[in-house]
Design a protein around this ligand. Sequence first.
Ligand SMILES: [Zn+2]
Length: 324
Amino acid sequence: MTRAEAISYLENEYAKKRESAEREWIERRERIFAGDPKIRELQDTLSNALSKAARLLVADPGNAAANAERLREETLAARGAIRSRLTKAGFDADALEIRYSCPLCKDTGYTGLVPRIMCACMEKQLNALVYAQDAFGSEERETFQSFREDIYPNEAQKKQALAIRDLCLQYADAYPNTGKNNLLILGTAGLGKTFLLNAIAERVARNGHVYLKMTAYRMHQSMRAHFLNLDDGKDGFEQMVKAPLLLIDDLGTEPMMKNITLEYLFILLNERGISGRHTVIASNLMPNDMLARYGERIVSRLLNQATTRAVCLTGEDLRLKGRL
Ligand SMILES: [Zn+2]
């Protein structure tokens, strides 16, 4: 199941949840009204208050203020009467309300209209889905728990790697309150950058947040698809821009394509920067290589000290030594 599939699965589940909450509400109302018909009358008074106000305003404009005040009092009185009748009949005072399992998003999974933001309740479930299959997907997980301290050829390299590991762990545990939003993990191949990136993702997921993780090559494919209008809207460029946490591995290995690579990377970094979203990038490129490849406009965003913490792994390739 991809992330997009997990989201559409959950949206479906939420629609069912919403329907059943509404069905339960209608049945409950009927039960209440059957037991005490006066409550239905009072409820009708409330439901009609707005249209009554509008009618009065047209029919009797001279007394608008007095009428509004009288209506307000009627409404208040009706509410009070409903509450006391409900409690007398053994119901809760709010028994005429719909009972959503999440009052925040009313079981829609989203809060706010524009922009639509995934509710924490859905984010948690999405994560559980993606995380659960991740956990079954690979035998050997790259996590902070499975980080090996005995693979370093010398003390200096070990000390540096452990310091950077701790920093990554702090970032993951503090997320989304990371201080600086972005983390840049630099270093030549074979020093464990991908491991750290995966460990951060695992940790963040374990803490109940969602992330989107991809290689720079996959990132490039999404950008290309968007440019060519082949984007199906799933796990595509829009998702990359909007993901609360985006992790990109191996930046610098993506193909350089005219009108695509630089343009889209700029949009991606700029939009994410403006919206204050978190981005973690691992790259073999040193700052000078980045400047040569991407130019000032992009590098100033990649290496912005106000928003980005950059760390650099150095030393001997751990893979050549069969250690990673
Ligand atoms: Zn919710």
